[in-house]
Design a protein around this ligand. Structure first.
Ligand code: FAD
Length: 382
């Protein structure tokens, strides 16, 4: 049996977006690491798969995250160089909404505060520069040239390939059923065997039962959908022609990305269809209600903002995102059991930061100073 009963420096539970980055960064520091996942690595059951995840420097919701995005971009660029395939697509980003909306004001604040290049455009000016957009005339937008999207499946693959090169071991289809701390480390029981390690990193995404109660009770997995459309004018919806975007109208948020890979023109809405009670029972097949939502809500709105972007439906993807009450992440050591580190609650915006989260978890394990502020991620804030 693979590595049976072997002792490691660190075991990482969950090799999705964040766990794969943790395995990579820990192995880069010369540690003997085992990453365990209940499914394939990568898999399309968890939250880290598909063709695109937005990476915006204009973090209008919370400008405090701008240094984290900057560090993330540096890490994606160096991983890209090491892996030899494009991971980051710098399409630029557009944040838009009605005049004076929090989205536009927040994006401008982030740009001003952190000295980011940007353009403040009317709806007409936006369409002139990027003809795919046709926003209502009372909308305005902030265009920032440095963001774009990253390719999630490829990023997980790149982290895992790098970790393997560094000597790390990963096991697919091995489920952690129990873990506990010991006098000098941790013991991890899987459905196949038992392992020991000095430290444990928990990055189990929506599977909140893996986390200790005080973390699990702060996590709510949502079921979300995202649409993919066949554009009427494909040349206006390529990564060269269309920035990724985030549009807020009233309380409703929409986001999307140019056509890439198999997804078509991506258009999603930020919405919880239902809480996911048990992620292991998550059925990714769209329900009748979700199919109807693709044909009405998503299609209609995509056509309203991008009349040539949605000739017909192409794809409907369901997925889980795991939220915390304040939408900030939990990246911390357990106060009562410091040999256990937690990376959880990435609240629908965590993939862009996955490389950085891997680095921060490795900093916690090796007790090194982090390059960005960790305070917003501490679990004591609750
Ligand atoms: C539709 C959609 C759009 C999104 N858009 C964006 C975006 O534009 N920008 C952005 O930054 N983020 C975005 N996100 C969010 C981002 O994708 C997530 O925050 C991120 O992928 C979370 O990664 P994770 O590692 O925490 O979870 P996962 O990738 O789900 O990894 C958890 C892993 O743990 C494993 N696991 C669980 N329990 C066990 C066990 N007992 N034993 C072994 N293994 C176990 C699972 O199998 C899984 O592989 C989006 C998410 C979705 C679904």
């Amino acid at each position: 049996m693979e590595g049976s009963d072997k002792a490691y420096d660190v075991i990482v539970v969950g090799v999705g977006g964040i766990g794969s980055a943790a395995v990579y960064h820990l192995s880069q520091r010369g540690l003997d690491v085992l990453g365990l996942d209940q499914y394939s690595i990568p898999n399309s059951v968890g939250s880290s798969h598909g063709d695109s995840r937005l990476i915006r420097l204009t973090n209008y919701e919370d400008p405090e995250y701008v240094p984290h995005v900057r560090r993330s971009i540096d890490l994606w660029e160096s991983l890209e160089e090491e892996y030899g395939e494009q991971l980051l697509f710098r399409t630029g980003t557009v944040d838009a909404g009605p005049e004076g909306s929090e989205t536009v004001e927040g994006a401008i604040t982030a740009c001003e505060e952190y000295d980011l290049p940007y353009e403040h455009l009317s709806a007409a000016e936006l369409s002139e520069q990027f003809p795919g957009f046709r926003l209502p005339s009372d909308f305005e937008a902030v265009h920032q040239p440095d963001g774009g999207f990253i390719h999630p499946t490829r990023c997980v693959q790149a982290h895992v390939a790098g970790a393997h090169d560094n000597g790390a071991e990963t096991h697919a289809h091995e489920t952690v059923v129990e873990w506990d701390t010991t006098d000098d480390g941790v013991r991890v029981q899987t459905d196949l065997t038992t392992y020991e390690a000095d430290q444990l990193v928990l990055t189990a995404g929506a599977w909140k039962d893996v986390f200790p109660e005080r973390v699990a009770e702060k996590l709510t997995p949502w079921r979300v959908i995202v649409g993919g459309f066949q554009p009427e004018s494909p040349e206006k919806f390529t990564p060269d022609a269309l920035p990724v975007f985030s549009i807020n109208e009233g309380d409703q948020g929409y986001y999307g990305a140019p056509a890439a890979g198999t997804s078509g023109f991506k258009f999603g809405l930020v919405d919880n269809l239902e809480d996911v009670a048990d992620p292991s029972d998550f059925d990714p097949r769209p329900t009748e209600k979700e199919k109807e939502r693709l044909r009405t809500v998503l299609y209609d709105k995509a056509r309203e903002y991008f009349p040539e972007g949605a000739r017909s439906t192409k794809r409907l993807k369901t997925c889980m995102v795991t939220h915390t009450p304040d939408q900030d992440f939990i990246v911390d050591s357990l106060p009562d059991r410091p040999q256990v580190k937690v990376g959880a609650g990435f609240s629908g915006k965590g993939f862009k930061f996955s490389g950085l989260m891997g680095e921060l978890l490795a900093d916690l394990v090796t007790e090194e100073a982090s390059k960005v502020d960790l305070e917003i991620f501490e679990m004591d804030r609750f």
